[in-house]
Design a protein around this ligand. Structure first.
Ligand code: ATP
Ligand code: MG
Length: 557
């Protein structure tokens, strides 16, 4: 059973009433940037509805604005949609495919008196538009005959006028309380090279006009978009009505866009981060782009799970980052091997075993179900490496791991009790000395054996060197404005552990392989970083537990 939401309710009604025989949706990105997790919400919604209602989804590049679009984005967008697990068969379209049809429809609007050529300059157009509290004023050309407008429109198309000299406008109502309905532009002059149509057009259709007609041409039933288009819906319907478009016409439905705490989704801001060198390219694993999320190690199913859980709403809200992280944990938890890695090692020497001591231990990769992922052999040696913060010379209150005189249990192995330590000139611990015991030797106040905490470890010599990149929130403020990037960015969003050491079984880990490093989090071998033959680079996908609180956005249960 899929969760109900208002969009599904609308669709159910439309199918029950016979308005549509099936469901056809579209995902209409503008190829002017990389997709981000907000787009993933829209992709999962559109493709998910089509899947559940046995309909189909078109991928349509909304390339009506010639200045900004690039082929690089067209390719990356397709890769991202496929990565999320969705396909469009042969239904890959471009709004520019319809330039001819859109032009013909515009001529029809002129002929039927619903559109006219306006000679006002862009500044005058703004002036005439009015405000939220004041009505607009009619263009002096509003009464122009269809014949004259048609002739001027054809000359516009032929390139006879300069940019901004004239525009084609819908004839609706300059006094409408909805500013979108105050004779909006349909076509403007733009002498720019288009990535697909080259220089064959010098006039380009406006989004509101192109979008509804493109939907209608493709037979889209439910045109799902974000809330800021709610006030554009009357215009969407108006164009199709005045074009006398045959029924059934598409129905626009708006939902709340995704805002995710501690990150930003505006393409403009993402571009600033990338071009300004504040992050390391479009796939820097700290970014919310799909390319970055993929490279960080999130699985497609975790992103789909996230989108399903946050659902769709009719009111804007912020989602806590923990929703995404929890979805990743829930998805990875049953799927990956548990292994040991030490990110910030300190040496531990076991004094009461001989030099060359080796103990082989067979340990399951998935302890909860030992048969599921098999086992590997661990080797306990006289010298091992433990996590620096698992040892404290003077244990802080509540610290229950190793410190002088105290005991810990080595994961899958025996017990160690700290008998001493060494420091360098700065007081930094360089070595922890221990004795090995098969059973804990510490007793509590009642004389009962204590239950030492478990710490992870790797053998010093046999372990594999690696680099671990530990990622944190990109911004230090939960709801960044993006206006002061330097001030709002989290300076600790990336901590590189280049002296990390891994248990020997990880020597064969390959790019895209994911693991749980016990006690540390989920990690994936970075597909891009690292020199051949050099240490592998692991990205932390997500920590094991949420360690911080957001600003009170919606939290997962
Ligand atoms: P811009 O305004 O810079 O063009 P955009 O976010 O609108 O950016 P589009 O390429 O036009 O980018 O978006 C494609 C589709 O993704 C649209 O249907 C849009 O509604 C949807 N979308 C974009 N951002 C989000 C978001 N944060 N949450 C949900 N859907 C989104
Ligand atoms: Mg847009």
């Amino acid at each position: 059973m899929r969760p109900k939401n208002f969009i599904r309710t609308f669709i159910d009604e439309d199918l029950a009433s016979g308005r549509y025989a099936g469901v056809a949706t579209r995902f209409p990105p503008e190829p002017n940037g990389y997709l981000h997790i907000g787009h993933a919400k829209s992709i999962c919604l559109n493709f998910g509805l089509a899947r559940d209602y046995e309909g189909h989804t078109n991928l349509r590049f909304d390339d009506t604005n010639p200045a900004k679009e690039e082929t690089e984005y067209v390719d990356s967008i397709q890769e991202d949609v496929r990565w999320l697990g969705f396909g469009w068969d042969d239904r890959l379209y471009y709004a520019s495919d319809y330039f001819g049809r859109l032009y013909e429809c515009a001529e029809r609007l002129i002929e039927t008196g619903w559109a006219y050529i306006c000679d006002l300059s862009p500044e005058q157009l703004r002036e005439y538009r009015g405000t939220l509290t004041e009505p607009g004023r009619d263009s002096p050309n509003r009464g122009r005959s269809p014949e004259e407008s048609l002739e001027l429109f054809r000359r516009m198309r032929a390139g006879e006028f300069a940019e901004g000299d004239r525009s084609l406008r819908a004839k609706i109502d300059m006094a409408s309380p909805n500013i979108n309905m105050r004779d909006p532009a349909i076509y403007r002059i733009k002498k720019a090279e288009h990535h697909r149509t080259g220089d064959s057009w010098v006039i380009y259709p406006m989004y509101d006009y192109a979008h509804c007609v493109s939907d209608a041409i493709e037979g889209i039933t439910h045109s799902i978009c974000t809330l800021e288009f709610e006030d554009h819906r009357p215009l969407y319907d108006w164009f199709l009505e005045k074009l006398d478009w045959p029924q059934p016409r598409p129905r626009q439905i708006e939902f709340a866009r995704l805002n995710l705490e501690y990150t930003l989704m505006s393409k403009r801001r993402l571009l600033q981060l990338v071009k300004g060198g504040l992050v390391d390219g479009w796939d820097d694993p700290r970014l919310p782009t799909m390319a970055a999320i993929r490279r960080r190690g999130f699985t497609p199913s975790s992103v789909r799970l996230f989108c399903e859980r946050i659902g769709v709403a009719k009111k804007d809200s912020w989602i806590e980052l923990e929703w995404l992280e929890k979805a990743a944990r829930d998805d990875l938890n049953p799927a990956v091997k548990r292994v040991m890695a030490v990110l910030d090692p300190v040496r531990l020497v076991i004094d009461n075993v001989p030099d060359g001591f080796e103990r082989k231990i067979e340990a399951p990769f998935f302890p909860d179900e030992p048969d599921r992922m098999g086992t590997r052999e661990l080797t306990l040696t006289k010298e091992i490496l433990i996590e620096r913060d698992d040892f404290m010379v003077e244990p802080a209150p509540g610290f229950l791991r190793l410190s002088p005189g105290r005991e810990a249990r080595l994961r899958w192995a025996a017990f160690v009790r700290c008998t001493g330590h060494e420091t360098d000139a700065d007081g930094r611990v360089t070595l922890v000395r221990c004795e090995l015991n098969e059973q804990p030797v510490t007793v509590d106040a009642k004389g009962k054996p204590a239950r030492p905490n478990i710490i992870h470890w790797v053998p010093a010599e046999l372990s594999v060197p690696a680099v671990a990149r530990v990622y944190d929130r990109l911004f230090k403020v939960p709801r960044p404005t993006g206006e002061d990037l330097a001030g709002e960015l989290n300076p600790d969003s990336l901590v590189v552990r280049d002296g990390a050491r891994l248990e020997p079984s990880l020597a064969s880990a390959a790019p895209w392989d994911r693991f749980q490093f016990e006690r540390l989090g989920y990690f994936m071998v970075d597909p891009k970083a690292g020199e051949p033959g050099g240490p592998k680079v692991f990205n932390r996908i997500v920590a094991l537990k949420d360690g911080w609180k957001g600003a009170g956005g919606r939290r997962p249960r």
